[in-house]
Design a protein around this ligand. Sequence first.
Ligand code: BGC
Length: 516
Amino acid sequence: MAGGGVVVQGGAKNYEGGVTSFVLVTCLVAAMGGLLFGYDLGISGGVTSMDQFLKDFFPKVYRKQLNKGHESAYCKFDSQLLTLFTSSLYLAALVASFFASVVTRMYGRKMSMTVGGISFLIGAIINGAAVNIAMLIIGRLMLGVGVGFANQVVPVYLSEMAPAKVRGALNIGFQMAITIGILIANLVNYGTAKISGGWGWRVSLALAAVPAILMTVGSFFLPDTPNSILERGHVDEAKKMLQKIRGTPNVDEEFQDLYDASEAAKQVHHPWTNILRGRYRPQLTMCTLIPFFQQFTGINVIMFYAPVLFKTIGFGAEASLMSAVITGVVNVVATLVSVFSVDKFGRRILFLEGGVQMFICQCLVGIMLALKFGLRGEGTLTKFDADFVLFLICAYVAAFAWSWGPLGWLVPSEVCALEIRSAGQAINVSTNMIFTFVVGQVFLSMLCHFKFGLFFFFAGFVAVMTVFVFYMVPETRNVPIEEMNRMWKAHWFWGKYIPDEAVIGSSNEIQPNKTA
Ligand code: BGC
């Protein structure tokens, strides 16, 4: 094939076959990975705001936050060790995602899910039983390995299982699961904080074992995707699988395209060297910048530290955990908006509207805190002020949840053709993890030093990313994965990177099964 590139013919295709119950069930199990990720994202903030947990593991922070009046409100929780408890997970996820990309390519999507599920389980057990900081951190590292595997494989799995016309909506199932996981974590924390013996935090941490078991067991029964079966050379089996998941024997056209893409992929043995080639510059840029920007919306300031943040600005312990539940609900509901609109209205409009809304909310929160707490971090919020801040934070979370939240995973995973997909996804996940780690690790100390300015800092990033989307991110709605080159070729800036032969190739003949 010309240039070893992906063969694409015609415009966007409408292959036969819709969403079968088979697809739905497999996606449900796969989405467990998202649930686990969400649970881990949401659980640590509430736990770190619980008195008994702080007394047991971080007595200095505990004393500091009690010591009202002597400490600027902005600095109450400023401790690198405390933030390491939250952020260490993402460091482990970062390293694991590179191994995950090899496992996903060589042993299939299913194997990566099994490995992810088992590490989650081990992490949950160690954390629930922790008696010292070392156990806490080791447990978080094991959870991180699980996150690295799950986040690498689940979005790819969902994209490959879903028919093109609902790919966006199904892929957002992953994000949906993340937000449900966060909400469950918020609710669990709200409940366990009331356990009188002070061991509620153990329950919070250990409960991650439940979805971990579901994902591990589920992964034994999941089928692999046709793309992955083809990638490993089983042609007949791959076609049968495609017929099964599409619920129709008439899959010749779609299968031919998959086959062509897979043949092209075989000619390129090094996805890592490939993705660095000029013609993949748009994909490389998307897989790096989109996750970077997603984290610099500042969302995890809220997801990790909402209870701590609410406590910082004077909410009581219970009100803080309740507020986290409220933002959690908003997060889930707003993600639903995305599920229903992403394939109808497209990705760009959601990105742009979400960006503007987040920008406004962040600036207003910054102004409120500046007016009420000033630079010295002393002051209080009236009931009205507190409600208004909570409202702004909810509006901000909603905007993220229908834009950068889901699209931060969807767009990078759908723009990469098979020959660079595993590398692209690994770059996406690891960039996401690096900056999740960075924001998680430095937020409390940034809050202490930047004070209300922190909200303007993130607002600045949101402005930049919104302009970036406007000029640089083409609409990927309804473009089958194997046909993305045509879209890049048509773009005012990216077009020059795409060689002509990448968009006017011819099909390969399908060879009979080579391995069976
Ligand atoms: C992000 C997470 C974030 C979550 C919030 C995800 O898409 O990757 O970092 O915590 O959305 O819902």
